[in-house]
Ligand binder design. Structure first.
Ligand SMILES: [Zn+2]
Length: 313
């Protein structure tokens, strides 16, 4: 079954973030077709997310095979409900996303945390291909994590396993969750911008995220490389701890802040050199290779059964 004929039942993937929502068809080779990105209706309410998705699916893919979702927030692995989400989401905490989407569209839906979906995508199609065990870290506005052991995503009883952004590392800066000293308070994009603004006396509202801080570093700013060095050091501490706990040797790093790798990696590699793993193996930290499509590709993989991409049809 392929091509646009009457029996073509596409696999649809959705990436729901706090800023944007992207929906696309994903083929079994990982190719992403006809992606559409809209302002995230998650800012309004969970019901609005379902309504907009239903409209988009009915218009563009009237006979989908199944739907996979990568959603920001802690996702309950059994019910597909959202357990906890950041303050940019309204009516999202506790929202039964899988159930409501299945009712609205009438096909099987699977919901996964977006960082888990990112790592599943990178493992099936990208930088983590062939890895049985790996850690994934998304450096975006905040910091997310995912762990795959023996080929299985470790989700935890409440879906909060591998939330590496909320591991204590250094300092007293307040994290988005309210607790001081978490990794996200040093290495998240919002934190990097805020810390650079504080170091230079700028109004943080006028700083264009970590992107601007990286630009400043490239242009010879004195404070920017130090902010990134501290961010890289904090990341290194969290990675060494996670790798020690799970006997890992591979880490995949993605997200917008990873584009500033040349500024992050010196601090990171200082820590990796100072704290070699007890396993005797080297901790290899690689950049993700699928850019923002990884979440869609991983979400589309959720319902696939081995090589059978369209199993639920
Ligand atoms: Zn936190």
């Amino acid at each position: 079954m392929s091509g646009p004929g009457a029996y073509h039942r596409p696999v649809i993937a959705i990436d729901i973030g706090g800023t944007t929502l992207t929906i696309a068809e994903v083929r079994s080779d990982g190719s992403v077709r006809d992606p559409v990105t809209i302002d995230s209706p998650a800012r309004i309410h969970g019901d609005e997310v379902v309504t907009r998705i239903r409209e988009l699916v009915e218009t563009r893919w009237p006979h989908p095979c199944r739907i996979g979702v990568g959603a920001a927030g802690v996702v309950d692995p059994v019910s597909g409900s959202i357990g906890r989400a950041s303050d940019s989401f309204q009516g999202w905490t506790g929202y039964p996303l899988r159930e409501r989407l299945e009712q609205a569209i009438g096909v099987k839906v699977q919901v996964e945390n977006d960082v888990n979906a990112f790592l599943i995508g990178e493992r099936r199609f990208g930088a983590a291909t062939g890895e049985r065990d790996c850690l994934g870290v998304m450096l975006g506005t905040g910091v997310g994590g995912a762990v795959i052991l023996d080929g299985q995503v470790i989700r935890g009883r409440r879906g909060a396993a591998a939330e590496i952004g909320h591991m204590p590392v250094l300092g007293n800066d307040r994290c988005s969750c309210g607790v001081p000293g978490h990794l996200e308070s040093l290495t998240g994009g919002r934190a990097i911008a805020r810390r650079w603004a504080a170091a230079t006396g700028r109004d943080p509202k006028t700083v264009d995220g970590a992107r601007e801080v990286a630009r400043r570093a490239a242009n010879g700013d004195a404070a920017a490389p130090r902010i990134f060095a501290e961010a890289g050091k904090a990341l290194g501490i969290a990675l060494v701890q996670a790798a020690t706990l799970f006997d890992l040797s591979t880490v995949i790093v993605g997200g917008g802040v990873s584009r500033a790798w040349q500024w992050l990696s010196p601090g990171l590699h200082d820590v990796l050199a100072a704290y070699p793993l007890i396993s005797g193996t080297e901790l290899r930290v690689r950049l993700a290779s699928l850019s923002e499509r990884a979440v869609l590709m991983g979400a589309a993989s959720l319902g696939a059964c081995g090589d059978q991409w369209k199993k639920p049809c």
